[in-house]
Design a protein around this ligand. Structure first.
Ligand SMILES: [Zn+2]
Ligand SMILES: [Zn+2]
Length: 324
C-alpha cells in the first residue's frame, strides 16, 4: 500500500486507501478455524439480515458460511450437520448473531498500522461512520499523542536511564580517548553536517558525534567519531546514522573515518554483538545501588532480550539470570 506524508507534524504516516469509516465483521472459520474479516461498509448488519443474506467464504479453505451450508462437524451426528436440519439452522442463527448483534462485535481497520482490530481498540469519535470511532487504533493514537505531547512518564525516564547505564557498563573499557587535534584535522575543522567552521578552543561550540550510537552498544572509537557543531549534534543525538546523514554524507563519512559503509547506511539499527556481554552483566550486577538485586536482574534480563543478546551469555550467566 502506498504511503504518503500527511500535513500533520508528527511524522507518523497514515496509509492511503484504508476505508477507516467502514465496519468489519470478523469470524473464525468453522471448518479450518482461521480468522476472516469481512468489510461490510457503513451500514451495520442485524443478525436477521446476516442470516438471510450473508455468504461468507473463508479466505483460507473456501468453506462458505451461510445458512444454506451444511456444517462440517465430524463429532456431530450426520443429520444434525445438514443445512435443512433444525440444529444447523440454530447454529447459523447463533453464528451470525455473534458477529453482528452488538456494536462491540464489529471490527475496524486502523489507517496507520493497517491492522483490523475489535471496535474497542478505537477511541470514541462521534459522527465517524457507524461505529463512531477514531480512524487510528489506540496504540497508534498513543504514538501520535506521544509526539504531540512529548512529556515522558517517570517509569520511562527510569527505563531510559537504566538502558543508558547498561550501555555504559557494556562499553566500559572499549571506548577510546579521541585525539581532538586529529579529529579536527580529519574533518577540516568544520561541522560535518553543516560545514560551518569550528574552533577547537571553543569546546562549548562543538561535539563529537558517536556515529553508531552507544545505545546500540557501539564504543566511541576513532572510526566511530565525527565532528559536529553542538547544535547539529543535538539533532543527531542517538539516531542511527542513516536516519541523520544523507547517502552522500554517509559515503564521505566512511572515507574520512574508515567506518563500515554497509553498517552505517543500514536502514534499520543493528545491535553491536561484538561486545563482551558477560563482562557487562557482571559489572551491572556488581554496581552498588539502592535498588535491590532481583529488580536489577529483571532489568538486565529485559534489555538482553530486547537487544537479542541472550545467546551470547555464558551458560553460567544464563543460569544466574534464569534464562534456562
Ligand atoms: Zn476456513
Ligand atoms: Zn493502529
Amino acid at each position: 500500500m502506498a504511503r504518503r506524508k500527511t500535513v500533520n507534524k508528527t511524522g507518523i504516516l497514515r496509509v492511503e486507501g484504508i476505508p477507516y469509516h467502514d465496519a468489519w465483521v470478523a469470524y473464525k472459520c468453522i471448518s479450518c478455524k482461521q480468522m476472516n474479516y469481512v468489510n461490510i461498509g457503513q451500514q451495520l448488519l442485524t443478525p436477521k439480515e446476516a442470516l438471510e443474506n450473508a455468504v461468507w467464504k473463508c479466505k483460507y479453505c473456501g468453506f462458505v458460511h451461510s445458512k444454506e451450508a451444511d456444517l462440517p462437524f465430524d463429532n456431530w451426528d450426520e443429520n444434525y450437520n445438514s443445512a435443512d436440519s433444525k440444529t444447523a439452522l440454530r447454529f447459523w442463527e447463533g453464528f451470525f448473531r455473534i458477529a453482528t448483534e452488538h456494536l462491540e462485535s464489529y471490527w475496524k481497520q486502523c489507517n496507520v498500522c493497517t491492522r483490523i482490530l475489535p471496535f474497542h481498540a478505537f477511541s470514541k469519535h462521534s459522527g465517524w461512520g457507524p461505529l463512531e470511532r477514531q480512524m487510528e487504533c489506540r496504540s497508534c493514537k498513543g504514538a501520535i499523542n506521544a509526539v504531540l505531547n512529548p512529556k515522558r512518564t517517570k517509569e520511562q525516564l527510569h527505563e531510559s536511564a537504566v538502558r543508558r547505564r547498561i550501555a555504559d557498563l557494556f562499553l566500559e573499557g572499549e571506548n577510546e580517548t579521541i585525539d581532538f587535534h586529529d579529529l579536527f584535522d580529519r574533518f577540516n575543522s568544520r561541522c560535518f553536517k553543516t560545514k560551518e567552521p569550528l574552533d577547537i578552543n571553543k569546546r562549548e561550540t562543538w561535539a563529537i558525534d558517536h556515529i553508531l550510537p552507544s545505545k546500540y552498544l557501539y564504543p566511541l572509537t576513532k572510526e566511530n567519531a565525527a565532528l559536529l557543531s553542538r547544535t547539529a549534534n543535538e539533532n543527531k543525538r542517538d539516531k542511527w546514522p542513516s536516519k541523520f546523514y544523507t547517502n552522500n554524507e554517509l559515503i564521505e563519512l566512511a572515507k574520512i573515518t574508515g567506518a563500515n559503509l554497509d553498517l552505517i547506511s543500514s536502514k534499520r539499527p543493528i545491535m553491536n554483538k561484538n561486545i563482551d556481554v558477560n563482562k557487562g552483566v557482571e559489572r551491572y550486577l556488581q554496581v552498588r545501588e539502592k535498588s535491590d538485586l532481583p529488580k536489577r536482574i529483571k532489568e538486565i534480563k529485559k534489555i538482553l532480550q530486547v537487544y537479542e543478546l541472550v545467546d551470547l551469555l555464558s551458560d553460567e550467566n544464563k543460569k544466574l539470570l534464569g534464562f534456562e
